[in-house]
Design a binder for this molecule. Structure first.
Ligand SMILES: N[C@@H](CCC(=O)N[C@@H](CS)C(=O)NCC(=O)O)C(=O)O
Length: 236
């Protein structure tokens, strides 16, 4: 039985962290809303999938099991497909890193929606400029140099267990998103985070992922998602 993924069909968003795992392990999955439209996500949020009703997408369905929250989905898939350490300590460290990436994703999102998700970007541009300036000069370097330091402490090649894992996939994808949204800032920060940069390059060269990234299944980053390129939020 293939997995079913429910995520907003017109943006990569948090769904892409799940797709990266599914594609890397070569799992069969039905990206339901890409076929059926947003109604599938709306119905999933209303509880139509059974199981535990999800608060927000992405949602993964595996047979009877329905799981939401990007980190929880990633933990589930990582355990099933050998992309996590075998021991409890290693798995808790992996979850720690997944949740740090989730924090970074939320802060990246809030640069363009500092006053609230229910208002349009155009109605909060001035606040967004202030928030993005703070993100670029303070929060983003703090997150990236933190991730660089823990990667180096783990030996420099992988975040956990001395092997490729869902954490490496998450970090590679968040870097791709940040590079899309904040190209100038990322160019400036790159020399400070060489191990992260090299890890991201290795991840996208993995054969299944390289094929996926070149395929029509890969949705390009756009200005409806989490990582948006608004030049006023990343001045040269
Ligand atoms: N912490 C959750 C956040 C989920 C989330 O915010 N999903 C977004 C799309 S990326 C959404 O549609 N949220 C609707 C809402 O918060 O009401 C996760 O990591 O999965």
């Amino acid at each position: 039985l293939p997995y079913r993924l429910y995520y907003w069909p017109s943006l990569p968003g948090r769904g892409e962290f799940v797709r990266m795992i599914l594609e890397d392990v070569g799992a069969e999955y039905d990206d339901v809303a890409r076929r059926e439209g947003v109604g599938a996500v709306v119905r999933a949020r209303q509880g139509a999938l059974g199981g535990v009703r999800p608060f927000a997408p992405p949602v993964l369905v595996d047979g009877e099991h329905v799981v939401a929250q990007t980190a929880a989905i990633s933990l589930y898939l990582g355990e099933r497909h050998g992309l996590l350490p075998a021991d409890a300590a290693g798995r808790s460290t992996a979850l720690q890193h997944l949740l740090t990436v989730a924090d970074l994703v939320a802060e990246a999102h809030d640069t363009h929606h500092p006053l609230g998700k229910s208002r349009y970007y155009e109605d909060q541009v001035e606040a967004a400029k202030e928030r993005a300036a703070e993100f670029r000069s303070n929060r983003l370097p703090v997150f990236l140099t933190y991730l660089e330091s823990v990667l180096r402490s783990a030996g420099g090649a992988h975040f956990v267990g001395g092997a490729h894992s869902v954490v490496d996939l998450h970090v590679a994808h968040v870097l791709a998103g940040l590079r899309y949204a904040f190209p100038n800032t990322l160019r400036r920060l790159a020399p400070e985070v060489p191990a992260l940069t090299a890890l991201a390059e290795r991840v996208v060269a993995r054969p299944n992922l390289a094929a996926y990234l070149a395929s029509p299944r890969r949705l390009p980053f756009n200005e409806d998602g989490i990582f948006r390129r608004y030049p006023e939020l990343d001045p040269a």
